[in-house]
Design a protein around this ligand. Structure first.
Ligand SMILES: Nc1nc2c(ncn2[C@@H]2O[C@H](COP(=O)(O)OP(=O)(O)OP(=O)(O)O)[C@@H](O)[C@H]2O)c(=O)[nH]1
Ligand SMILES: [Mg+2]
Length: 298
């Protein structure tokens, strides 16, 4: 990049109801896995940044928790508050809508976007799942008629279709300004934090519907040497019964979770990893602000 060249940089929020593919899109844009994903809704709990720098352009994506209306528990309120904070203070807002699967929760997100004055782009996600591609055009027209979006982009992150077009559309809308991250920085998350998230992803993926939403992971020890990185992490659940399930028969489940997590962590750190997991109970932490803060949700 020539020093005198005009550069462009801006914050881009990825928004939408749970499970529409926000985190998956971010990972595919960066061609690196930084955000955890799962088939279960409400996987992402906190905003995180992913930086896409190419030449004069720098898009600083903000992945957000899915916006939903079940806010009985403090943790759910915290998640939605994170996402709605991202609505403000960004240069560009991208709403993901699952192609062919419009729901009430989408309408709720749309109303939030309507009341802001920054540019909005709609992404129609997971188009590979559409049985009939003829559905796409009427849906694009219907969304266009809502009068909220300057652009509607169908894509499949998993098949890498439309992702490059989306990237260019975002770049084209960034305001002029200096880059805020160096070209080799791709996230604002620490390695410890990423490890916690990887372990939580394996919990999300390997356990039934209830426990993943009651689990938190905290790295207690992280010692890196040239040959090996030793990590101790605590998994917190809300009840003794949940602890038994996470551990499994003779520790089988916990072992599997550890193996899966270790593979990902080794890839990320590019080092051998010794991972020790411990399961602990913090009664009712998802509805207790003090405990949430202790477990990393401030
Ligand atoms: N077939 C298909 N599945 C996808 C695509 N993108 C995402 N998915 C799947 O959709 C599910 C949800 O993806 P996530 O990226 O976790 O969704 P999210 O919007 O971040 O969800 P929350 O964090 O819960 O709000 C996962 O099982 C993904 O593999 C896609 O392009 N095609
Ligand atoms: Mg997510």
């Amino acid at each position: 990049m020539n020093e005198l060249e005009q550069t462009f940089c801006g914050y881009v929020a990825l928004l939408g109801r749970p499970n529409v593919g926000k985190s998956t899109l971010l990972n595919h844009l960066l061609q690196q896995k930084i955000a955890i994903t799962s088939r279960k809704p409400q996987t992402t709990r906190q905003n995180m940044l992913g930086v896409d720098t190419q030449g004069v352009y720098q898009a600083i994506y903000m992945d957000t928790p899915g916006i939903h209306r079940n806010t009985e528990k403090a943790l759910n309120r915290y998640m939605v508050a994170n996402a709605t904070a991202a609505l403000r203070d960004v240069d560009l807002r991208v709403m993901l809508i699952e192609a062919g699967k419009w729901k009430d929760e989408d309408a709720h997100v749309l109303e939030m976007l309507r009341h802001a004055d920054t540019v909005n782009i709609a992404v129609l996600s997971k188009v590979d799942l559409l049985a009939n591609k003829n559905q796409l055009l009427p849906e694009i027209e219907r969304i266009n008629a809502m009068g909220v979006f300057s652009e509607i982009i169908p894509l499949s992150a998993l098949r890498n279709e439309g992702v490059e077009h989306f990237r260019q559309q975002v770049f084209a809308r960034l305001p002029a300004g200096p880059h805020l991250f160096s070209a080799d920085e791709i996230t604002d998350q620490s390695e410890r934090r990423l490890v916690e998230e990887i372990v939580r992803e394996k919990l999300m993926r390997q356990l039934g519907d209830e426990i993943p939403h009651s689990a938190a992971v905290v790295v207690e020890r992280f010692v890196a040497s040239e040959k090996i990185t030793e990590i101790h992490a605590d998994i917190y659940v809300e009840r003794d019964g949940q602890k038994r399930i996470v551990i499994g028969k003779q520790g089988a489940r916990l072992k599997l979770i550890g193996q899966e997590a270790r593979k990902d962590i080794e890839r990320m750190l590019d080092n051998k990893v010794m991972l020790h997991l411990f399961v602990k109970v913090k009664k009712g932490w998802t509805n207790n602000n003090k405990l949430m803060t202790r477990l990393g949700y401030q």
